[in-house]
Design a protein around this ligand. Structure first.
Ligand code: NDP
Length: 322
């Protein structure tokens, strides 16, 4: 089978298309023939070595497809079942052997491509807006990179809750997408000062929550647009890591709260994984959450997918099709 492997950490060229044997399931595993693998920014971190895993590794954290074989202990799925996952390495491949208890069923009305597109970024948008800072109707959220994969989903969920959404993006085309997803105001943070603009839009009051996945270039100013005792949610570093931070700043800027969450802790149990994934699938099936799968690449073009993602050329979801 074909897979995308990294033997040594590096740039997009570190990803090689290789031939590997189709995996056999261990007792607690299911083997899945993938219909699609999701591309996520976290794949860049693993490829670069910013996040560590033993090498060589098959990249990719998200996928969906049909179960072809199960190990002796597996009861939760059987061959022929349509399943999806997020947060499991080894997804840029034609087949993957995954722990069966981390697989979720894909409900009727949701395609395998949609499932591969929704699992990681959809469950992330869900936990950020419903649990990390549970947004309420009438509150205001600032969402950075609002036309990105997580961004477009987070904007929709925040809008559906009834919050006012202010988004930042780098181009006018992205601004239009963010507006169409439900953002009330969108600014080009590459051209105007988002701190001044956010203060103006909120009559100097500031926002209730900043959802920041951009990190290095946005974090500090983001603290200046929060109302006292509200929350900075730093959940990524697309522009680079935030430098070490002195906690006294939180007190000086209004007794702020800050968290650096990650999906794995919000789907830690099987119950929570099933509840969260079915909440997201339910939104899709009901037409309340639109997935924008604009970019699909053959598996062999994974390098190009990463170049486009890192080059800020993409919007919404990127999929690799084996
Ligand atoms: P995106 O589709 O959002 O792509 C990244 C976007 O970040 C770009 O399109 C770009 O939007 C913006 N950006 C700003 N500065 C830069 C820069 N210097 N280089 C590249 N991009 C930049 O990716 P994902 O939706 O896959 O992920 C978004 C972020 O969320 C990532 O940081 C990821 O690690 C994080 N994440 C965190 C999770 C968690 O649980 N903690 C789970 C999932 C994702 P623009 O051009 O508009 O500025």
């Amino acid at each position: 089978m074909k897979a995308i492997q990294v033997k040594q950490a590096g740039g997009p060229e570190a990803m090689e298309l290789v031939d590997l044997p189709i995996p056999q399931p261990k007792p607690d595993q299911a083997v899945v023939k993938l219909a699609a693998s999701g591309v996520n920014f976290v794949d860049v971190y693993f490829r670069e070595g910013r996040y560590k895993a033993p090498l060589p590794l098959v990249l990719g954290q998200e996928g969906a497809g049909v179960v072809t074989a199960v190990g002796a202990e597996v009861k939760s799925v059987k061959p022929g079942d349509r399943v999806a996952w997020a947060g499991l390495l080894g997804s840029y491949a034609e087949y993957a052997a995954m722990p069966a208890h981390r697989l979720v069923p894909i409900p009727q009305g949701v395609t395998e491509q949609q499932a591969a597109a929704a699992m990681l970024q959809g469950m992330t948008a869900h936990y950020l807006s419903h649990d990390t800072y549970p947004l309420k109707r009438g509150e205001t959220a600032l969402v950075h990179a609002a036309a990105g994969g997580v961004g477009l989903l987070l904007v929709q969920m925040a809008h559906n809750i009834g919050a006012r959404v202010i988004g930042t993006v780098s181009t006018e085309e992205k601004a239009q997408l963010a507006r169409a997803a439900g953002a009330d105001e969108v600014m080009l943070y590459t051209q105007s000062d988002f701190e001044a603009e956010t203060k103006r839009l909120t009559s100097g009051e500031g926002v209730d929550v900043v959802y920041d996945s951009v990190g290095k270039t946005t974090f500090e100013k983001g603290l200046n647009v929060l109302r006292p005792r509200r929350m900075m949610v730093l959940f990524g570093g697309s522009s680079g890591a935030v430098p070490p931070f002195d906690l006294i700043v939180l007190s000086q800027k209004g007794s702020l709260y800050m968290t650096r969450p990650t999906l794995v802790n919000y789907v830690a149990t099987r119950e929570e994984l099933l509840a969260r994934s079915s909440a997201v699938f339910g939104m899709i099936a009901a037409g309340n959450l639109k997935l924008r799968i604009q970019h699909t690449y053959p598996l062999a073009q994974a390098q190009q997918a990463h170049r486009d993602l890192e080059g800020r050329k993409t919007t919404g979801k990127l999929l690799l099709i084996p």
